[in-house]
Design a protein around this ligand. Structure first.
Ligand code: BGC
Length: 255
């Protein structure tokens, strides 16, 4: 733990909003109320870096010299972004972690949004104390996944894109599709059943955690699923990514 009263900052870059908060790593919760700014229409790395700088300025007194964790809806391989879901395609193959470090003059850890949520849930949320193989899925605009084996993240799993019945799974089972098609929880649960059965047949996890905004209504669909794996809702709600990003940024500096 840091000796100072300062806290690392977690920032979540999404398709419509960029949100950040300093995180109290002992409590596993925001140390200050979260700040949200609309994602710029042309969401290039440079434009997003400007918004992040604004959020960093806003919390300057709380974060001091602490590091910053930033999540993106994309594969991030050693600081280089490889895909781009809901953000400008110019992120692809950009050395975005370096670009952010240069713009902000601070240590930055850039990571996939679902990976960050997985770390948050593992350290402070639904998967706290879980042993073995944990798979977190975020059901939202797409499906994000995080694989955590005995507390270690295996980064950049993209299991929301498993091909099932000839479809990219997230185009059938993401919660945005449920909303778009106006189907009931019962209908949607049939798609989730297909998805999660496939997932557990491939990975044999010990625990599946279901995150994303819709996890607040988990009682409407999780009881309808028949799986061999224990499946439970995430508990940190929309804070999981920000908390996990700050945690990872802090841990990276200690390494
Ligand atoms: C992307 C993932 C991301 C997930 C949630 C998927 O479409 O491929 O990288 O984690 O959406 O945002």
């Amino acid at each position: 733990m840091s000796k100072s009263k300062h806290h690392p900052l977690g920032i979540d870059v999404g398709g419509s909003g960029i949100k950040g908060a300093p995180v109290d790593l002992k409590a596993g919760e925001f140390a200050q109320k979260r700040k949200r700014i609309d994602t710029p229409e042309k969401s290039t790395p440079e434009a997003v870096a400007e918004v992040i700088a604004e959020i960093v300025d806003h919390f300057a007194d709380q974060i001091g010299d602490e590091p910053i964790g930033v999540t993106v809806p994309a594969v991030v391989q050693h600081g280089t972004v490889r895909t781009a879901a809901n953000i400008d395609k110019s992120w692809i193959d950009s050395d975005a972690e370096k670009l952010l470090e240069k713009r902000l003059g601070r240590d930055i850890t850039l990571l996939n949004d679902a990976d960050a949520a997985g770390i948050g849930e593992l350290r402070y949320g639904a998967a706290k104390h879980a042993k073995g193989l944990v798979v977190l899925t975020t059901l939202g605009t797409g499906i994000g996944t995080a694989i955590l084996n005995n507390g270690e993240l295996v980064p950049n799993s993209e299991l929301g894109h498993l091909e099932i019945d000839g479809h990219d799974a997230e185009t059938r089972a993401a919660s945005s599709i449920k909303d778009k098609e106006g189907i009931s929880y019962a209908e949607w649960a049939k798609r989730l059943q297909r998805y999660y059965s496939h997932l557990e047949a491939l990975l044999w996890p010990d625990l599946i955690v279901v995150g994303g905004g819709v996890s607040k209504d988990a009682d409407q669909f999780l009881p309808l699923l028949d799986l061999r794996t224990e499946i439970i809702p995430a508990t940190l709600k929309n804070a999981a990514g920000i908390i996990g990003a700050a945690r990872q940024a802090h841990d990276n500096v200690q390494d």
